[in-house]
Design a protein around this ligand. Structure first.
Ligand SMILES: Cc1cc2nc3c(=O)[nH]c(=O)nc-3n(C[C@H](O)[C@H](O)[C@H](O)COP(=O)(O)OP(=O)(O)OC[C@H]3O[C@@H](n4cnc5c(N)ncnc54)[C@H](O)[C@@H]3O)c2cc1C
Length: 421
């Protein structure tokens, strides 16, 4: 660690906030974090733990809207937009439609790939430290399919991935089965994105918090930011629990709550919470282990080996924040699993076994990462959407580079946080 650069105040203790603290600390900043809850849960804990350079296609892409509309009429489907008169949802939806085209996908693909690849390497560096052991396994992710239609789509995408320099194998059923000898794979084939990996996000978050605390980062939990004082294009103070917090540099994360936070600083950011569910499963037969993380493509279900168990996750409900668990959608996940993995005969899940989180989804599917042009001591890191965990370390490294007025390692112009302001 280098000498003190000044004080950085971070809002939000998700992976974006913790990673920012980690890299700012390395650069010699003293760091404080304001978190509205405790340090036991947010979207960064119960997710599928996948590191995904394979996800170079933004959520806003051709075909997504038509598929989404078909799914909206099925209560167990993996995607749902709650019809609402909310102007936020309307405005988000218009922008989403505008960006759901091939030109946007082509313009964004290499930028998203570079961000994810850089982040994946940083995860290797973090995992090499003695203080960390979060089951990082960079052995690829299997995209599994059961239908010819998805095989065709995925093969085309795999060729695109190869043209982007990603390491990919296109496999038939036998090839997939050889990679997973301990469970039956009822699929017609799959793509192994060897550039991807997985981890245990709960362990990562806990170990990161311990590391930061042991190295002097101060956490203020149950401190919800309720106001931000600005003058002369600068943040003067952030208000939480009726106290004023000052700093030389402010970092705003906040996950799916980023729009409310940004608004307090006079900045417009568009995000919708994309609610998803996950649960843990212990295979009845301990012989049925899995080596790789996988996506069951038609069902849109994520499967990740974690701590001797398997985590299953899925669904994307775009609606305002609400804590109700929709058990119909959970049932949709549960029912689809044995169709691909017949050794995992699932039991009915109780509501208490279900975790949910809100993916912070921007309407163009791109993160918000960069220095504010309206407030010169503010850096914004959010909107990671379906890949926010994967992007954590590169968010943090970029934040620290911007705080030190250095050129970011990865090109971030396209992720301008004020692009919809
Ligand atoms: C089912 C599911 C599976 C997923 N799987 C993956 C995956 O495999 N790989 C991947 O890369 N991503 C995955 N994701 C997405 C990923 O989990 C998120 O993108 C990521 O965790 C977002 O991190 P964050 O730090 O931006 O937000 P969060 O983790 O939500 O943290 C934001 C924090 O800010 C705090 N905050 C908000 N407002 C205030 C305020 N006013 N004052 C103080 N604190 C505030 C919140 O309390 C919260 O703790 C998945 C998500 C879901 C739901």
């Amino acid at each position: 660690m280098t000498q003190n650069k000044g004080k950085a105040l971070i809002i939000g203790a998700g992976i974006a906030g913790l990673s920012s603290a980690y890299y700012l600390l390395q650069q010699g900043w003293s760091v404080e974090i304001l978190e509205q809850n405790d340090l036991s849960n947010n979207c960064s804990y119960g997710n599928a733990g996948m590191i995904v350079p394979s996800h170079f296609t933004p959520l806003a892409a051709p075909g997504v809207v038509a598929q989404g509309i078909r799914w909206m009429f099925d209560s167990k489907s993996p995607f749902y937009v709650k019809p609402s008169l909310s102007t936020d949802l309307f405005s988000w939806g218009i922008k989403f439609l505008k960006h759901s085209n091939q030109k946007h996908v082509d313009r964004s693909a290499s930028a998203i790939r570079d961000l994810n690849l850089a982040s994946s390497l940083l995860y290797n560096e973090i995992a090499a430290k003695d203080e960390f052991n979060f089951e990082l396994n960079q052995n690829g992710i299997l995209m599994l399919y059961k239908t010819e239609k998805v095989r065709e789509e995925e093969t085309e995408l795999a060729h695109k991935a190869v043209s982007l320099g990603l390491s990919v194998d296109i496999l038939d059923q036998k090839g997939i089965q050889e990679l997973e000898p301990n469970i039956r794979m009822d699929v017609i084939g799959g793509i192994n994105y060897k550039c991807d990996g997985h981890m245990n996000p709960m362990k990562l978050m806990k170990q990161m918090i311990s590391y930061l605390k042991n190295n002097g980062v101060v956490f203020y939990t149950h401190h919800k930011v309720t106001g931000i004082e600005t003058s002369e294009s600068t943040i003067k103070a952030v208000i939480a629990n009726d106290k004023k917090f000052t700093a030389d540099c402010f970092v705003m994360t906040g996950g799916s709550f980023l729009p409310e936070l940004a608004q307090k600083a006079g900045i417009k950011i568009q995000l919708m919470p994309g609610k998803g569910y996950s649960f843990m499963h212990t295979p009845e037969n301990p012989v049925n282990t899995m080596n790789h993380a996988a996506l069951l493509l038609e069902a849109r279900v994520a499967v990740t080996p974690m701590n001797g168990q398997i985590r299953f996750g899925g669904t994307m409900e775009l609606a305002s924040h609400h804590d109700k668990i929709n058990m119909k959608r959970v049932e949709g996940i549960v029912r689809s699993i044995p169709q691909y993995l017949p050794d995992f005969q699932m039991h009915y899940k109780k509501e208490s076994e279900i975790w949910f989180g809100y993916r912070p989804c921007a309407p163009d599917g791109l993160p918000y990462l960069g220095q504010s042009s309206q407030l010169k001591n503010l850096i914004i890191a959010g909107g990671g959407g379906m890949m926010g965990l994967s992007l954590g370390p590169i968010f943090g490294k970029t934040v620290s580079e911007l705080a030190n007025s250095q050129k970011p390692t990865v090109e971030i112009k396209i992720f301008n946080p004020e692009r919809f302001s």
